[in-house]
Design a protein around this ligand. Sequence first.
Ligand SMILES: Nc1ncnc2c1ncn2[C@@H]1O[C@H](COP(=O)(O)OP(=O)(O)OP(=O)(O)O)[C@@H](O)[C@H]1O
Ligand SMILES: [Mg+2]
Length: 370
Amino acid sequence: MLEIERLTKIFANTTDAIAGGIRNASFSLENGTFFTLLGPSGCGKTTTLRCLAGLETPDEGRVAVEGDVLFDSAAGINVPMNRREVGMVFQSYAIWPHMTVAENVAFPLTVAKDRRYSRSEVEEAVDQALRTVDLAGFQSRPATRLSGGQQQRVALARSIVKTPRLLLLDEPLSNLDAQLREEMRVELKRLQRQIGITTVYVTHDQAEALTLSDQIAVIDQANVIQTGTPREIYFRPANDFVAKFVGSTNLLDGKVVRTEGDTVEVEVAAGRRLVCLKSGVMQAGEEVAVSIRPETIRLSAAEAERREGGNRLSGTVRNVAFLGDACRIDVQVGERLLQVKGAPDFAVPDNVEVALVFEASNTLAVPKAG
Ligand SMILES: Nc1ncnc2c1ncn2[C@@H]1O[C@H](COP(=O)(O)OP(=O)(O)OP(=O)(O)O)[C@@H](O)[C@H]1O
Ligand SMILES: [Mg+2]
């Protein structure tokens, strides 16, 4: 459905900024996929989306939708934006305040160059789009008299009114408060399923990416670091950047002692060795990071468990924060503070010695990013 090959768009160095953009990105998406570009501010997400929309001319690469080439640097093809049949919701760019809801949603039809739409066609398409986003009956409401969530839905209705082949959404929920954002997340997923449209979604919010996506591409400094399902990204991060950016984790520096099949033994401190699963190819002597998720560690104050050996470390409880559905426990291990997610009724007081117990299957050795 959507093929992107070696897409590159790099903005030159300026006096006030280093070169940014997107480098050598390749993706191939099946019809109906919800695909998310995830990464920190400035990593190149909007740039990638603008290249797909035709708002930015890539330096190199190829973009095709359903076999139709939209851009190909080698063949000199660059289809203009208004002929690409894509719908887009821009980052922090909602709707026009001087128009009604219906006028906002109808806009892509009234300015269309490819064909003229009759008044009844426009009305029908607008009604349909508004029904899809659950805003039937809002047609004549002035845009200024809408809640934040309703404005976002009007923007969404406008992006689908022309039945695009591809939907591009740039942080469409970023202006909403936390609760509304979560509600709109569910809405958006339902809507995307219902109309079955291939969607490229941009966010820097990892929880949003995990909830919504079929596939995620994690981007850092113009480079695609990893592409995979939410579970692959979370449980098998390609390197320490992905492990840290997606979910929370404890990263320990270490050195590979030996490898055996899918596992490696890593020395994380003088004499302390952990058996870990490994991400990618690793050799003895290599410097790596060991990622241990807070929810996979069990704490035990029992004397017998505090003897080291196997995958366990000893530490001291430093702080317990009650979060309602869980406790976040800071445990000092050597010089480091590790985070552990415990049950809400966790009752070990501060400064007590504990064992941190975890399985090799929950412990992942990952390469260090550059
Ligand atoms: N027109 C431009 N000219 C020069 N540099 C640009 C231009 N547009 C973007 N950049 C730079 O390219 C990099 C990527 O920008 P982009 O807008 O794609 O980031 P982003 O991932 O969308 O970030 P955010 O999450 O903050 O929206 C940034 O360093 C930015 O400063
Ligand atoms: Mg952006």
